[in-house]
Ligand binder design. Structure first.
Ligand code: HEM
Length: 630
C-alpha cells in the first residue's frame, strides 16, 4: 500500500513537471514565432549548468540516432558549436540572427555586424546577465560584475589606470618575462628544443606580466631563482618575488596567484572557509590560495597606499597604484569608494587579463608554425622595426606603433579572429522588456528575457571576411576559417563606410585604443569583436596588444617556431629526408594540430585546448627544417 502511494506521488510529480515543461515550451515557441526572428527548437538549454556539466555523456548516445534525425538542432547541442562550425549554422538558418528555443530559455545568436553594434551601444536595453558574474566578487564588487550606475562608478575608477604610462610598464615587463620564458625554453646544442606544453608556459608568462604591470611585483621564475639580475632596485617587493613564503604566509605569492587563477572555477563552490575543509585536495589548495591571495592584496594595498601618500612613484604606473590614486581613498572622508572596491577590481583585472593573452600567444605560435610564409614576413617586419638593437635599448614609444602597423599586428588580429578567447559574449533583454532592432532594413523584436550571444561565428561570416579570387577553399577549409594574417595587410579592403559610434561619455570608454591600426584592413564596425565593442568592451585591449606584440618581437628576432614532428620521425630521420619527405611528415603534424584546435578546444572562461597539447619546436633562426604552409 505504502509503495503504491509513493509511486503514485512520484508519477504525479513527473506528470506535473512534464505538463509545465510542455506548456513553457509552447509558450516560448509562440514568443519566438511572434518575434519574426528565425528559430530552432532544442530539447535542452545548451548553456544551462545541467547540460554544460553532462553533455559529454549525452552526445555519444545521441550520435547513435539515424542521420536523418540529426538536423541542425543536434549540432547546436554542442556548446562550442560557434567555434567548431563557424558561420555554417547561420547559413543554414538563412539569417545572421536566430533564436534557439527550449522549455526554460530563449537564446539569440548574433552574427550580423549592424545588429552587434545596436546591441553593444544600447547598454540599457541589452545589459549583461549579471547573475553569471556574481561569483567574481571574491574580494569585492568590480567592473565586470556590475551594471548601470555601479558599473559607471567602477569604469570611471579603473579607466584612468590604463594610460600610456601603464602601457610602458607592460612593455618593460613583457620584455623581461619573455626573455625569462626563452631562457626556460633555451634550445640545446642542436639549436632547437621541443616544447611539449607551450600553453602551460604561456599561462605562467601572462600571469607574471600581469603581476608586474598590475602590482609592480616582478615574480622570479623558478629557473631564474638565485640569479641576481632579476631583482628590483628598491627591494620593497622582495618578500613577494621568490619561492620562500614571507612571514605570516603559508604559500608564496607566485603559488597563491597561480593556484587561484588557474583553478578559479572551484571558487564557485563556496568561500575559502568551505573549500579548505573539502575532502578533495585541489579544493583545499584553492581555498588556501584564496585566503592567501586576499592577505597578499591587503598587504600590497597598504604598501601602495603608503607609496602614493608619500609621493613615491619609482617604477612608473602599475594598475593597482593608479587605482588607489584615482579613488581618492587616501582621504576616506572625501570618497564613498571602499577598500573592497579596489581589491575587487584589482582581482578581476588579474583574472581577465591573463588567460586571454596567454591563449593568444599560445595559438599564435601554433599558427605560425603551420604557416612559414607568414612567419617569415613577421620576422622581416620585426627585424625592420628593431634594426638589430639589443633588447636593453628598445623603447616603448618607438617600437609599439611600428609593430602595430604591420605583420605583428596582422598575426595578433588573425589569431584572435580564428581562436576568439571569449566566443559567446553574453547580453540579455530584461524580462518583460522586448527590444526592437533592425536587420537589413527589416524590424524585429528581441523577446524580453532573452539570453543573447554575440557569436564568434561573426568572425567567419564570409560577408565580412571575403576570400581572394580562386582561394575560396584551401585544404578543404573555407577561407574565412583559415589562418591567413595577410588579409589584414590588404588595405584595399578598407571599408569606406566605417563610422565609429558616439559615446555618451568618452571617459567610460577608457584610453584603451582601437582594435586595429589605421594602416591595416579595417573590418566593418561590429564584425570584429574579440574585445567586444561599445561601452562594455575590454578595458585591457591596449594592455593585451602591447603585451602580445612585444612578445612577438622578442621571440621572432631570435627564433623560429616549427610544429614538432617527434611523434612521426626522429631528428636524425628528418635530417636525412628530402624536402618532400619532410613535408609529408610535417603535414601529419599540421593535420593533427588543426583537428585538435577545431575539435578539442572548449571554454571554461576562455577557449582552450583541453586534455591535449600541440608540441612545437623552438629553433634558432636560420636552422629551420620545416618551412611549409598549411
Ligand atoms: C587578448 C586579450 C584579451 C581579450 C581577447 C579580451 C576580451 C574581452 C572581452 C570579449 C570582454 C567583454 C566580456 C563581456 O562582455 O562579458 C572583455 C572585458 C574586460 N576585459 Fe578583456 N580581454 C583581453 C585582455 C584583457 C586584459 C589584459 C585586461 C586587464 C589587464 C582585461 C580586462 C577586462 C575587463 C576589466 C573587462 C570588463 C570591462 C567592462 O565590463 O567594462 N582584458 N575583455
Amino acid at each position: 500500500m505504502a509503495y503504491l502511494f509513493v509511486w503514485s506521488a512520484i508519477a504525479c510529480v513527473l506528470l506535473y513537471q512534464g505538463l509545465t515543461t510542455y506548456q513553457r515550451f509552447r509558450r516560448n515557441i509562440a514568443i519566438a514565432k511572434a518575434s519574426g526572428i528565425a528559430h530552432v527548437v532544442l530539447p535542452v538549454h545548451v548553456f544551462g549548468v545541467p547540460w554544460l556539466a553532462t553533455y559529454y555523456l549525452w552526445i555519444p548516445i545521441l550520435n547513435k540516432l539515424p542521420p536523418s534525425l540529426r538536423g541542425l538542432w543536434f549540432e547546436l547541442l554542442d556548446p562550442e558549436w560557434a567555434h567548431r562550425l563557424g558561420h555554417g549554422p547561420f547559413e543554414r538558418m538563412g539569417s545572421d540572427v536566430f533564436l534557439t528555443v527550449s522549455a526554460s530559455t530563449i537564446m539569440a545568436f548574433v552574427a550580423d555586424a549592424d545588429v552587434v553594434t545596436q546591441i553593444t551601444t544600447r547598454r540599457n536595453d541589452f545589459p549583461k546577465p549579471l547573475k553569471m558574474y556574481t561569483r567574481l566578487d571574491l574580494y569585492g564588487k568590480n567592473l565586470v560584475s556590475t551594471e548601470g550606475a555601479d558599473w559607471r562608478m567602477h569604469r570611471k575608477l579603473t579607466a584612468p589606470s590604463f594610460g600610456e604610462r601603464n602601457n610602458e610598464l607592460v612593455f618593460t615587463e613583457t620584455l623581461h618575462h619573455t626573455n625569462a620564458l626563452l631562457r626556460m625554453w633555451k634550445p640545446d646544442q642542436n639549436h632547437s628544443r621541443t616544447l611539449t606544453d607551450p600553453g602551460n608556459d604561456t599561462m605562467t608568462w601572462a600571469l607574471y606580466i600581469i603581476s608586474g604591470a598590475g602590482f609592480d611585483i616582478r615574480v622570479t621564475w623558478p629557473h631564474d631563482e638565485g640569479k641576481s639580475e632579476v631583482d628590483k632596485s628598491d627591494g620593497a617587493d622582495n618578500g613577494f618575488t621568490g619561492s620562500r613564503p614571507p612571514p605570516g604566509h603559508s604559500m608564496n605569492y607566485r603559488e597563491a596567484l597561480s593556484e587561484l587563477l588557474h583553478n578559479i572555477m572551484w571558487t564557485f563552490i563556496g568561500p575559502a572557509s568551505v573549500l579548505t575543509k573539502s575532502p578533495i585536495k585541489v579544493h583545499r589548495k584553492v581555498g588556501q590560495a584564496m585566503s592567501e591571495w586576499g592577505n597578499y592584496m591587503d598587504e600590497i594595498f597598504q604598501l601602495k597606499k603608503n607609496q602614493v601618500s608619500s609621493g613615491q612613484d619609482a617604477h612608473g604606473m602599475d594598475l593597482f597604484r593608479a587605482l588607489i590614486r584615482n579613488s581618492g581613498i587616501l582621504d576616506e572622508s572625501q570618497t564613498t569608494i571602499q577598500k573592497s572596491d579596489l581589491l575587487g577590481n584589482a582581482f578581476v583585472l588579474m583574472l581577465a587579463g591573463h588567460e586571454t593573452t596567454a591563449n593568444a600567444l599560445h595559438y599564435s605560435l601554433i599558427f605560425l608554425a603551420m604557416r612559414w610564409s607568414s612567419q617569415k614576413k613577421l620576422q622581416d617586419d620585426v627585424d625592420e622595426v628593431i634594426q638589430g638593437r639589443p633588447i636593453a635599448d628598445w623603447k616603448y614609444e618607438e617600437t609599439f606603433q611600428k609593430l602595430f602597423n604591420g605583420m605583428p599586428a596582422a598575426v595578433m588580429n588573425e589569431t584572435l579572429r580564428i581562436m576568439t578567447p571569449i566566443n559567446n559574449i553574453p547580453k540579455t533583454t530584461a524580462s518583460g522588456r522586448p527590444q526592437q532592432f533592425s536587420m537589413r532594413g527589416e524590424q524585429y523584436t528581441m523577446p524580453g528575457g532573452t539570453q543573447i550571444s554575440l557569436s564568434c561565428a561573426i568572425h567567419k561570416n564570409p560577408r565580412y571576411w571575403p576570400a581572394p579570387p580562386g582561394e575560396e577553399v584551401v585544404n578543404g577549409i573555407p577561407d574565412a576559417q583559415r589562418f591567413r594574417p595577410e588579409r589584414w595587410l590588404n588595405k584595399s579592403q578598407t571599408v569606406d563606410s566605417f563610422t565609429d559610434v558616439a559615446y555618451d561619455d568618452e571617459e567610460l570608454r577608457g584610453p584603451s585604443g582601437e582594435d586595429t591600426s589605421s594602416s591595416l584592413f579595417k573590418p566593418v564596425k561590429g564584425s570584429y569583436i574579440p574585445f567586444s565593442d561599445g561601452f562594455r568592451s575590454c578595458i585591457g585591449r591596449r594592455f593585451a596588444q602591447v603585451e602580445l606584440l612585444t612578445a612577438f618581437a622578442v621571440i621572432f628576432t631570435q627564433y623560429s617556431v616549427e610544429l614538432a614532428v617527434d611523434e612521426w620521425a626522429s631528428d636524425v630521420e628528418v635530417e636525412a629526408m628530402d624536402e618532400a619527405g619532410r613535408e609529408a611528415v610535417w603535414r601529419k603534424a599540421a593535420d593533427r594540430a588543426w583537428w585538435l584546435l577545431e575539435k578539442k578546444t572548449a571554454s571554461i572562461i576562455t577557449l582552450q585546448l583541453r586534455g591535449h597539447t600541440i608540441p612545437i619546436r623552438l629553433v634558432k633562426r636560420g636552422e629551420e627544417k620545416l618551412k611549409f604552409d598549411y
